[in-house]
Design a protein around this ligand. Structure first.
Ligand code: NDP
Length: 406
């Protein structure tokens, strides 16, 4: 039993707070704090029973965060604000001596660049303080890392090729909307693509490599090669990987809107002068797009996210696919959220449970694949994200012709 302080009351914060509140065995007290306290209060009221306490906090302000931590005295701070807040919240956890978890790696506001270096740099300080930070514990990153660790533990002696495939085959009825924070989402998909091959990163123009992938229960969907942050830790933790890539589906309508917005300058992240005031076009665009948390009610269809892996077991070539499908409608019925928020919030709750029960317990800064995947996989099945697996199937990708073992 323990106390959790959740920071951020957006689409994901809504799911994490409610899923922690449902899990009475592990989370004795829950506080949801964010910049706009009315959003916390609305979530707490919707859940009911005074189970979720609320507070206002500016997480960019370390002193304010430390004050809140010292007042509530949580065992863990669960960060589902924006990636910009990762470092100030980690600083506050260090100062107060409390464990930390997040779902997305740090990004500076003025450069569209995400990498783990900034957060991995906290390793020695977290160790010295005897506290733990678990990085990237949503679905992707998050479950995709746990899936990969599970594949290695139970199915492979060596993994050689990893393709993470992410499909949202849902429909929310809006002409254009993003499924999580629009600013973060558009920064991610408009930057250059990148994948790992033969020991180095290969950079490509955004959206320039794509192919159809058949998703379970959905069928063929055009999938685009993107850079995604879990690739960085996975190639580090599984050095036998010869190639690691990430694919995501986009509809034509979405891509057309995005191209137009890019062409007219609305996705720029540098400030421009507008009526005597500096504004960032992408932040303005976020203000006029639908809130991701508002998309749930009429969302139909499902998501399908998984890992397709080729490697070797007992001297034989082997292929393996592990995945979860999640229904937008079922997510909405359970916690009034669409499936993207749901598939992020549930793993964040499970990661918190792993830390709270000391099932995953190591001072320092870690990614999810560095721990035993089995108890996490168990909880996915029990808390709304059941997974499936298949071995020795034909995967939709081409592999270099090679003799894997002599
Ligand atoms: P939202 O924009 O819906 O919510 C973000 C919340 O953080 C808002 O409530 C916002 O407050 C709050 N916030 C922003 N800045 C501050 C601050 N300085 N202090 C306190 N609170 C602040 O985003 P999502 O819920 O969609 O995403 C949350 C996180 O989850 C993001 O980091 C995103 O990258 C990550 N994510 C991870 C995924 C994964 O699979 N790993 C998938 C999807 C998302 P306000 O209401 O005032 O704006």
């Amino acid at each position: 039993m323990g106390k959790v302080l959740i920071i951020g009351a957006g689409g994901v914060g809504n799911v994490v707070a409610k899923k922690c509140a449902m899990n009475t065995e592990i989370f004795s007290e829950i506080m949801l704090a964010s910049r706009t306290v009315s959003k916390c209060e609305a979530i707490a009221k919707e859940f009911g029973g005074n189970r979720i306490q609320t507070a206002k906090v500016d997480a960019d302000n370390v002193a304010e965060m430390v004050q809140l931590i010292n007042k509530f005295k949580p065992d863990l701070v669960l960060n589902v604000a924006l990636p910009y807040q990762d470092l100030p919240i980690m600083d506050a956890c260090l100062e107060a001596g409390v464990n930390y978890l997040d779902t997305a790696n740090y990004e500076p506001k003025d450069v569209a660049k995400f990498e783990y270096s900034w957060q991995w740099a906290y390793q020695e300080r977290f160790k010295a303080k005897g506290i733990m930070a678990l990085l990237g514990c949503g679905f992707d990153p998050g479950v995709t890392g746990v899936f990969t660790a599970y594949a290695k533990k139970h199915h492979f002696d060596e993994m050689h090729y990893l393709d993470i495939v992410d499909c949202n085959a849902g429909s929310h009825g809006k002409a254009f909307a993003t499924n999580f924070n629009p600013e973060i989402n558009i920064r991610e998909i408009t930057q250059k693509g990148k994948y790992w091959e033969n020991g180095k990163w290969i950079e490509i123009d955004a959206m320039s490599i794509h192919q159809p992938v058949a998703y379970p229960n959905i069928g063929d969907k055009e999938s685009y090669l993107l850079y995604h942050e879990e690739l960085e830790s996975l190639v580090k933790n599984y050095p036998t990987l010869k190639r690691a890539r990430f694919w995501m589906t986009f509809g034509q309508e979405y891509l057309t809107h995005l191209r137009v917005l890019e062409n007219v300058g609305m996705t720029r992240i540098d400030p421009v002068l507008f009526e005597g005031k500096q504004i960032v076009p992408l932040q303005f665009l976020k203000a006029v797009l639908p809130e991701p948390s508002s998309l749930g009610e009429n969302y139909s269809g499902e998501t399908s996210i998984g890992c397709m892996i080729k490697g070797v077991k007992d001297g034989q070539d082997k292929t393996y696919f592990v995945w979860n499908n999640c229904s937008h409608k079922a997510s909405y019925q359970e916690v009034q959220a669409q499936a993207i928020s749901y598939t992020t919030g549930v793993p964040a709750m499970i990661g918190a449970a792993m830390m709270m029960t000391k099932t995953w317990n190591k001072a320092g800064v870690y990614n999810v694949e560095e721990f035993n995947p089995d108890p996490f996989m168990d909880m996915l099945n029990k808390h709304g994200l059941p997974w499936n697996e298949k071995t020795n199937l034909k995967l939709p990708f081409e592999y270099p012709v090679e003799k894997v073992l002599a």
